[in-house]
Design a protein around this ligand. Structure first.
Ligand SMILES: Nc1ncnc2c1ncn2[C@@H]1O[C@H](COP(=O)(O)OP(=O)(O)OP(=O)(O)O)[C@@H](O)[C@H]1O
Length: 766
C-alpha cells in the first residue's frame, strides 16, 4: 500500500494539496483530490491538508508484528532525532526503544559516514555535473520528472539504505531493520525495487512516540542505555543545512560556482530545471527537497524553530554518547555495497496545442489576457497551467473560482427571473382569482370578507372541502392593511405532527436528530403579514397549546429554544371539522376554540348554490380556455342543467376539474353534456323526467310549484333588503319571526343567514 492515503469523504475540494504539491501529482476527479503515485515524489506537503483528508498509512501494526515475530528487529534513528526527542537524553530514547522490543538501536548518522567515502570516489571519477542522491525526494523528482538527468545522479545509496545493508550484511538477512526519521519520501524509497529489502519499515518520530504512549512507556523515567553499532562521529551534523558537504569533505570557497548546495523545493526544482536545460554546469550539486534540511522534514516537531533545532543537533554532535559496540561491527569487511542504479519512471502526459488551451480558457470565460486573473485559487500558478492540467485530465474546469462565482451570479439571475415568472403565474392562478357567484349565500360571504378584511381580527373559515376556504383567506389578506407583507399558507395535515411544530415555530440547532442549524418557523416568516392555517381541526393538543400561546402573547418559542420571539401575525384558520363537537369530546381545546371563533365565515356547499352554477361554469371555462389555449365558445344548456342538479361532493374544486377535463375532451367549440363524466347524463335524465312528470301533474301540483318558487324568491328579496337581518325581514313580510324561520328552513336558506340573523337580532329589538 502507498504510504499516503486519501480519505475521500474528508476532501472538501479546497485544492490546498494541489497548491502545495511541487510537481502537481494531484488529480481532481469524482469530487475529491487524489494522489497520482506515478508522479508523486513523496515530499509529504499534501499531509498539511486542512481537512486531514491525506494521512500517512499507519505502519505501527506491521512494526508490532515484526517485534513479536521472534526475528531480531533493529531500530535505526535518523540524524535529526535529537530535534524531536529533545526532552529526553539519547540514552533514554535507546532504553525506551529496547523496552518496545528492539534488540539493537543504531544511529542513522553512521550511514552518512559510510556514504561519504563513496561520494569522494564518485566525485573524483565523474566529469558531468553530479547530483547528490541522499534525498529520496530529489531522486524521485529526477526519475519521474527530469529523467534526462538520471546519468547525473550519484550512483550511491542514501544513508538509510546504507544502514539497512550494513546491519543485514552483518546480522543476516532475517534481521528486520526499522528506520525512524522525519522523512516521508523515505517511506516511498523503501518500496522502490532499487532499494527493496534493505529496510523493512520506515516510521516517523511521531509514530514511535505514539507507540511509547500506547505501551505506557515513559522514556524520561528510564535509565540510559548505550547505542549499538558504530559511532558516526561528526556525521551527526548531516541533517543540518550544509551538513552533507561537511561530511563529504567538499568545502567550497565563498565565491565557488562549481559546487552548489541548496535546499527547499523551489531551489531544488529551479536548479534541476536549469541543469536539464544546460543553463548551469557545476561539478557537484548537493540538493535536499526540505527547506532547512532533514531536520525540517515533513514529520518534524512543528513547535520548534529551525535555529533551535540546529542548536540541539550541534550540542548532540559535541556530546559523547554511551556506546556498546559488538566486535563484528568493527570488522573491515563490514562495509556493504553502497552503489545503486536508477530507472526512468516518468510518464509523459499529452501536451495540448494552442487551440486546446484556448478552448479550455474560453470555457471558463477567459477570452482575453486580462480575463486570466491567475488567482491561484485552483492550486495552479496561472490560468494557463490550469488549462494544461485540464487537458491532461489532472484538473477540473470547475476548479476555477472566479468562473464559479460568475456561474453562481448567473444562476442567481436566472433563478430570480424564474421566481418572478412563477410568482406572477401563482398570483394569476391563486391570488388574483375572484370569488365568483351570484347566489345570495356567496354574496353574504363577500360582504363578510369586505367587513373583516381591513381589521386585525382572527377569522375562522368553515366549510366542506373545495368550497373556497383558501380563496376566501387570500381575499381577506388582500383587503387587509398587511397586504404588502406575506400571506403564509400552511396545510396542517400535509406535514407530520412532529415536523409541524418546528415548521410553525422554528427550531434551534441540535433540538432533534437532523436539526443541523437554527431554523426560522413559518410564524416568523409571516411576521407583519398573515398566516393561514388550513385544517386546523387536525392539529395535536400540544400544538393547540403552543398556538394558544402565540395568539395570547404574540410570541413563538422555537423547538429546543428557551427564549421566545415576538411576532406580529394575523391568523386566519380554516376547518371542515366540527370543532364544537371536538370541544365536547375533548380533542379540541375549548380556550383555543373561543380564541379562534371570533369571526366566523361559513362557506356553503356548491349543491346549495345552484344559482351560481352558470357563472361559475363560465368562469372556469374561461380559465380552461386560457390554460389550454383552445377556442371554446361555451357550454350547452343541457350540460349546465345537469351540473345544477349534481350534488358536487368535491364542491367547486370538483367543478373546476370537470370543466377543465371536458374542455380537453371536446372536439367542437361547445362543451356538450356528452363531454362531461357519464354521471352528468344520468343526472340530466333524472331531472328532465322530473320536469316532464311535473308538466303532466295536476293543476294543483303545478300551482303549488309556482307558489313555492314565488315564496322562496320573496323571502330572498326580504333578506336582501334587510341585509340578512331575519327579524327585520319578518317584520317587512308582516309575518311572525318563527314563520319566517320555518320558510327559511323549507327553502334550504339556512345557517349563514341564521348566524348573521342571530347577531343582527341582538342589535335590533323587536
Ligand atoms: N367562489 C369561487 N369562485 C371561483 N373559484 C373558486 C371559488 N371557490 C373556490 N374556487 C376555486 O376552487 C378551488 C378550491 O378552492 P380552495 O382551495 O380555496 O378550497 P378549500 O375549501 O380551501 O379546499 P380544501 O378544504 O380542500 O383545502 C380553487 O381552485 C379555487 O380557486
Amino acid at each position: 500500500m502507498e504510504p499516503i492515503i486519501t480519505f475521500k469523504e474528508r476532501c472538501r475540494l479546497c485544492y490546498s494539496c494541489v497548491r502545495s504539491c511541487p510537481v502537481k501529482a494531484i488529480k481532481v476527479d469524482n469530487g475529491f483530490a487524489q494522489i497520482m503515485y506515478n508522479r508523486c515524489i513523496g515530499c509529504g506537503n499534501c499531509l498539511s491538508c486542512p481537512q486531514q483528508a491525506k494521512a500517512v498509512v499507519d505502519r505501527m501494526g506491521q512494526t508490532q508484528e515484526l517485534l513479536t515475530s521472534g526475528a531480531p528487529v533493529v531500530a535505526v534513528l535518523g540524524c535529526s532525532f535529537p530535534a524531536f526527542f529533545h526532552a529526553i537524553t539519547p540514552g533514554q530514547l535507546v532504553a525506551a526503544l529496547k523496552n518496545l522490543g528492539f534488540c539493537e538501536v543504531h544511529e542513522g548518522a553512521y550511514g552518512a559516514r559510510m556514504i561519504a567515502d563513496a561520494y569522494k570516489e564518485v566525485l573524483r571519477q565523474t566529469e558531468i555535473p553530479l547530483v547528490s542522491s541522499h534525498c529520496p525526494a530529489v531522486v524521485s523528482l529526477i526519475e519521474r520528472h527530469y529523467p534526462k538527468l538520471i546519468p547525473n545522479l550519484a550512483g550511491v545509496v542514501s544513508p538509510m539504505i546504507a544502514m539497512g545493508r550494513f546491519i543485514k550484511g552483518i546480522l543476516g538477512k532475517d534481521t528486520k531493520v526499522i528506520y525512524i526519521s522525519t522523512c516521508i519520501a523515505g517511506k516511498f524509497e523503501v518500496q522502490a525495487a532499487e532499494s527493496s529489502s534493505a529496510i523493512d519499515v520506515v516510521l516517523t518520530y511521531q509514530e514511535i512516540d505514539k507507540f511509547f504512549k500506547g505501551r505506557g512507556i515513559n522514556p524520561a523515567s528510564l535509565a540510559e542505555a548505550p547505542f549499538d553499532g558504530l559511532d558516526p562521529d561528526n556525521a551527526r551534523i548531516f541533517t543540518l543545512t550544509g551538513g552533507p558537504l561537511k561530511v563529504f569533505e567538499v568545502e567550497p570557497d565563498f565565491l565557488d560556482t562549481e559546487i552548489i548546495s541548496a535546499e527547499g523545493e523551489n531551489h531544488a526544482i529551479d536548479i534541476i530545471r536549469d541543469l536539464a536545460a544546460g543553463r548551469i554546469t557545476p561539478s557537484f550539486v548537493d540538493l535536499r527537497l526540505c527547506d532547512g534540511g532533514c531536520v525540517d522534514g515533513p514529520a518534524r516537531d512543528q513547535t520548534l524553530n529551525h535555529f533551535y533545532k540546529r542548536k540541539l543537533i550541534v550540542n548532540y554532535n559535541d556530546s559523547t554518547l554511551p556506546y556498546k559496540t559488538a566486535p563484528h561491527y568493527r570488522s573491515t569487511t563490514s562495509i556493504p555495497d553502497l552503489m545503486r542504479p536508477y530507472s526512468n519512471k516518468s510518464c509523459r502526459l499529452p501536451s495540448p496545442g494552442k487551440d486546446d488551451i484556448k478552448r479550455i480558457l474560453h470555457s471558463t470565460n477567459k477570452f482575453t489576457q486580462s480575463d486570466e486573473l491567475n488567482c491561484r485559487a485552483c492550486g495552479y500558478n496561472t490560468c494557463r497551467e490550469h488549462a494544461v492540467a485540464v487537458f491532461q485530465g489532472l484538473a477540473d474546469i470547475e476548479m476555477c473560482l472566479p468562473h464559479n462565482l460568475q456561474q453562481v451570479e448567473d444562476d442567481r439571475g436566472r433563478l430570480m427571473q424564474k421566481y418572478e415568472l412563477i410568482r406572477r403565474e401563482l398570483d394569476r392562478q391563486l391570488g388574483d382569482d375572484p370569488i365568483v357567484g351570484n347566489d345570495s349565500k356567496i354574496q353574504e360571504v363577500l360582504e363578510l370578507i369586505r367587513q373583516v378584511g381591513p381589521t386585525p381580527t382572527t377569522v375562522l373559515i368553515r366549510g366542506e372541502t373545495g368550497t373556497g376556504k383558501e380563496l376566501t383567506a387570500r381575499a381577506i389578506h388582500r383587503l387587509s392593511l398587511r397586504n404588502d407583507k406575506p400571506l403564509v399558507t400552511v396545510n396542517c395535515t400535509t406535514i407530520t405532527d412532529s415536523l409541524l411544530e418546528s415548521e410553525l415555530f422554528g427550531h434551534k440547532k441540535g433540538a432533534f436528530t437532523g436539526a443541523i442549524g437554527d431554523k426560522k418557523g413559518l410564524f416568523e416568516a409571516a411576521n407583519g403579514g398573515t398566516i393561514f392555517l388550513d385544517e386546523i381541526g387536525d392539529i395535536t393538543p400540544k400544538l393547540q397549546a403552543e398556538l394558544l400561546r402565540v395568539l395570547d402573547l404574540g410570541e413563538v418559542r422555537p423547538v429546543g429554544g428557551a427564549a421566545p420571539k415576538k411576532v406580529d401575525v394575523r391568523l386566519i384558520a380554516a376547518t371542515n371539522k366540527n370543532l364544537e363537537q371536538g370541544v365536547s369530546e375533548g380533542w379540541f381545546r375549548e380556550d383555543l376554540y373561543y380564541r379562534l371563533n371570533v369571526f366566523n365565515i361559513h362557506l356553503p356547499p356548491l349543491r346549495n348554490r345552484q344559482d351560481s352554477i352558470p357563472s361559475l361554469a363560465e368562469h372556469f371555462l374561461d380559465k380552461a380556455r386560457k390554460k389550454l389555449n383552445k377556442n371554446i365558445a361555451g357550454i350547452e344548456d343541457r350540460a349546465v342543467k345537469a351540473m345544477q342538479h349534481y350534488p358536487w361532493p368535491g364542491n367547486i374544486r370538483e367543478m373546476q376539474n370537470v370543466i377543465e377535463r371536458s374542455s380537453v375532451l371536446t372536439k367542437g367549440t361547445i362543451i356538450r353534456l356528452e363531454n362531461l363524466p357519464t354521471i352528468f347524463a344520468d343526472t340530466y335524465e333524472r331531472c328532465s323526467n322530473g320536469e316532464v312528470n311535473r308538466r303532466h301533474a295536476s293543476f294543483k301540483a303545478e300551482r303549488e310549484l309556482h307558489i313555492s318558487r314565488t315564496e322562496k324568491n320573496l323571502i330572498q328579496r326580504y333578506l336582501e333588503e334587510t341585509g340578512g337581518n331575519v327579524a327585520k325581514a319578518a317584520r317587512l313580510a308582516n309575518i311572525p319571526r318563527r314563520t319566517f324561520y320555518r320558510l327559511l328552513e323549507k327553502h334550504g336558506l339556512e345557517i349563514v343567514q341564521r348566524v348573521r340573523t342571530k347577531s343582527a337580532e341582538q342589535e335590533a329589538p323587536e
